[in-house]
Design a protein around this ligand. Sequence first.
Ligand code: PLP
Length: 393
Amino acid sequence: MNDSNQTPYQPETIAIRTGHQRTEQDEHSIPIFTTSSYVFDNAEDASLRFTGKAPGNIYSRFTNPTVHAFEQRLAALEQGERCVAFASGMAAIMAVGISLLQAGDHIVCSRGVFGSTVLLLQNYLGKFGVATDFVPLSDLAAWEAAITPKTRLLFLETPSNPLTEIGDIQAIADIAHKHGCLLVVDNCFCTPILQKPLNLGADVVVHSATKYIDGHGRCVGGAVVANETIIEKSIYPYQRTCGASMSPFNAWVFLSGLETLALRMQAHSANALALATWLEQQPAVNKVYYPGLSSHPQHDIAKRQQTGFGGIVSFELAGGKEEAWRLIDATQMVSISANLGDVKTTITHPASTTHGRLTPEQRAAAGISDGLLRISVGLEHIDDIQQDLARGL
Ligand SMILES: *Cc1c(COP(=O)(O)O)cnc(C)c1O
């Protein structure tokens, strides 16, 4: 298939067919181009490529055919114009901050974004004079009220982690654009299979490919998807110069991850809905957080903007930390791991791990109780997952 993302194909087909430019060797599977540099036809060709007047590879920090195939496939899935791959999800988020903002600018970010994202915004962008304010994801009035004349960027993650709060992307994009700001969405939890933020008005999508895109917990990677102008003027020049490039091997792993992403996201969602429904019936469970449940406060928004509810389920045990730890320690199959998006089910106790550095007051404000557990529901048989959790319930 060619470079165009304007294919008439469905996501399942795009994920398998887009991005591979077959070489003269007629290979059927995408090769891994392990080369740091490339050769030019002649002196003039070298000069033309360096000045950007002729297309072609120069150096693998800038471009690499395997990485490019991944970028084209992900851009097509997100229905975006261009994608730049990065060495990690955090490198992708850093690229957005550094390349689009300058000292004095202001960010409004939803609460409950990935912990490292909070640190990146506060400690590193903050150090260079970019301030961030945090607002509750689903509170539209709070988003609007937090915007100042210096605000350039709104950033959100939906569903939030670990409480699966849903942000209305279309409504928040409208607020951003009314004030001349860009909306950036971290689409890691849904992937383009379940949610396409660019179609809902977002300007930039960031990904941690480490999670569902790989799907098997093997490689670390990230990506930014946006329109031609944003990529060509800001993201790509930053990546080319600052160099947090994705390795060709990792791109090759992510390319095959994308091929099964639609099947996996549907299966993750089906297992998660079954598990959440079952958890709601357990007497030891106080509350279940899952956007697919009709008891979820933003269930209707999730139904409207997602085509599935994803694989993350959180729940609260009446017995607090002691009971939560007992449930974790009673499991025999489920992995005790803070990672997510794997075919293997993982369980974590946010209050003592991912959110352990917060003060008890901060945790309470964020809704992270001592009895809260988060499950990244994998693709094992649902009966086995339930049985394993039932041991400690
Ligand atoms: C893991 C994660 C990140 C960071 O990605 P890395 O690949 O670990 O750098 C960012 N956002 C979300 C939602 C994540 O889950």
